[in-house]
Design a protein around this ligand. Structure first.
Ligand SMILES: [Fe+2]
Length: 484
């Protein structure tokens, strides 16, 4: 929600051409038809919680209205079993930010955001609730125009310690409402006691296009009113803008910061604020987020190195969009690997959660040179890397698997094509349990990692999944295209 200047950025890594979105039939001279759930009104919508400050004592909520609503008003109360739990709710005020969806101020210029033609300016509102009790359920609601309140949402603050379960998903990106909705709803249905959902980038195909965010928020529904989002910016959240036919470099979409209230990261430049950040979720868990489409990879690597060195959390988890080890055919980001892998190795980051390649890949770096196969019961592990995908766009897996990266010591242990996944990760003291599940909630991949007093980790349980490997030639037919 901070109003940082958008600075010029160069692109990194491969980009994908945005697909056409059918707005409905219309003449070129007329305003495109928009579905009623896209249009802003005096009622709050696109409600999303986040954790920009200490999750034990605070959380943020961000929502949208039309531009007639000029103030950010919310209410909060500790939830009880009483039918009128809301008696005694406190009013909390926040910030309102105007967003023009068409004319985007970039430095001193006004640039055009493609595809939003005809859409009225909107207001994004955010409130940070503070001074809350840890591990406590609160009820809150947010207001649009006078008397136009959202429903009450319940949300639990983080505990100081104890077990934490969370959901991680890779790219949604395409068919977000039509095809991704079932996956994210299956994830929530499977693990409603999760404490947050981490989205590893490319949440939508065109991060500056309002209809796609409308679809994302409709797909996710009330879920992020209850479980905070930890969003990672992918290459598709970076867009080019036009001025007099001239294209800008790729810039973080003008919609990103207004609609997600994210932590500040002192020490990082303005254009990385709310794109690279960290969240110390509990005594045990520290999460680090990078923005790999931003060209300042070295600055992020230096920042990450410093943050990791300073953190005394037992479990350190890194998430970024572009993978260190690519799994999509003809994809690789060696510049990222060269800069970031040494930092990841130096601090033995436990888990690296990524997206971008529209395939599933999980593999480990370990102290032992011999391969830890998927079915092995155990073995040492230093770092576990995952690439996953939650949306319907699916790519071919690299012919060579991760053999191209053998000199780093990484070993691919489980792979898939043609499958949407969500991951449930549970951290309880010395143990991290990981499960990759399909849209039908079938267990596809899993491991249990245990950390000893010396910080060394082992895989302590063999795979429980009985599913065969899913590749294009061994699964249902895949239809390319046709995704809105
Ligand atoms: Fe991507």
């Amino acid at each position: 929600m901070m109003k940082h200047l958008l600075l010029s950025l160069c692109c990194l890594g491969a980009s994908l051409a945005p697909q056409a979105y059918a707005h409905g039939e219309h003449d070129h001279d007329e305003k495109p038809l928009t579905p009623p759930w896209q249009d802003a009104s005096s009622w709050p919508d696109r409600i999303v919680t986040t954790i920009p400050e200490a999750p034990q004592t605070s959380f943020a909520v961000t929502w949208r209205t039309d531009d007639d609503v000029s103030s950010a008003v919310a209410q909060i109360v500790e939830a009880t079993d009483a039918a009128r739990f809301d008696a005694g709710a406190e009013i909390v005020l926040g910030e309102t930010e105007a967003l023009d969806l068409v004319d985007v101020p970039i430095a001193q210029e006004i640039w055009k955001a493609d595809w939003n033609e005809g859409l009225a300016p909107v207001h994004y509102h955010s409130v940070i609730f503070r001074d809350l009790k840890p591990d406590t359920v609160y009820a809150y609601r947010v207001r649009g125009g006078e008397g136009n309140w959202s429903e009450w949402f319940q949300i639990r603050t983080a505990a100081e310690d104890g077990p934490v379960k969370f959901i991680y998903v890779g790219d949604a990106q395409n068919g977000v409402l039509s095809h991704w909705s079932r996956l994210i709803r299956a994830a929530y249905s499977t693990a409603p006691d999760s404490r947050f959902i981490l989205h590893a980038g490319d949440l939508v195909n065109n991060g500056a296009r309002d209809i796609e965010w409308a679809s994302w928020f409709k797909a996710v529904g009330f879920i992020h009113g209850m479980l905070p989002a930890i969003p990672v910016a992918g290459n598709h959240e970076y867009r080019r803008y036009k001025l007099n036919g001239e294209e800008s470099d790729r810039l973080l979409s003008m919609m990103w910061r207004p609609q997600f209230t994210l932590p500040e990261a002192p020490g990082l430049p303005d254009d990385l604020q709310e794109a690279a950040y960290d969240i110390r979720y509990s005594d045990d868990i520290h999460i680090f987020i990078l923005s790999t489409q931003n060209e300042k990879i070295q600055a992020q690597a230096d920042w990450l190195d410093e943050q990791l060195a300073r953190s005394d959390a037992k479990w350190k988890i890194l998430s970024m969009h572009h993978p260190i080890f690519s799994s999509g055919s003809d994809r690789d980001t060696p510049e990222l690997r060269d800069v970031l892998l040494p930092v990841i190795q130096k601090h033995k980051v436990d888990l690296v959660l990524q997206g971008h390649d529209h395939t599933y890949a999980r593999g480990a770096m370990s102290q032992t040179p011999e391969r830890i196969s998927y079915t092995d019961a155990g073995g040492d592990v230093d770092i576990m890397f995952v690439n996953s995908v939650s949306g319907p766009k699916q790519y071919d897996f690299k012919d060579t698997g991760w053999d191209d990266y053998a000199d780093t010591g990484v070993q691919l242990q489980r792979r898939a094509e043609n499958t949407q996944f969500f991951q449930i990760i549970t951290i309880d003291g010395d143990t991290l349990t990981y499960e990759a599940r399909t849209a039908l909630n079938n267990l596809y991949d899993d491991f249990v990692m245990t950390k000893g007093e010396d910080g060394n980790k082992t895989i302590t349980r063999g795979a429980q999944s009985t599913m065969d490997e899913r590749m294009f030639d061994s699964s249902e037919p895949y239809v390319k295209g046709g995704l809105d």
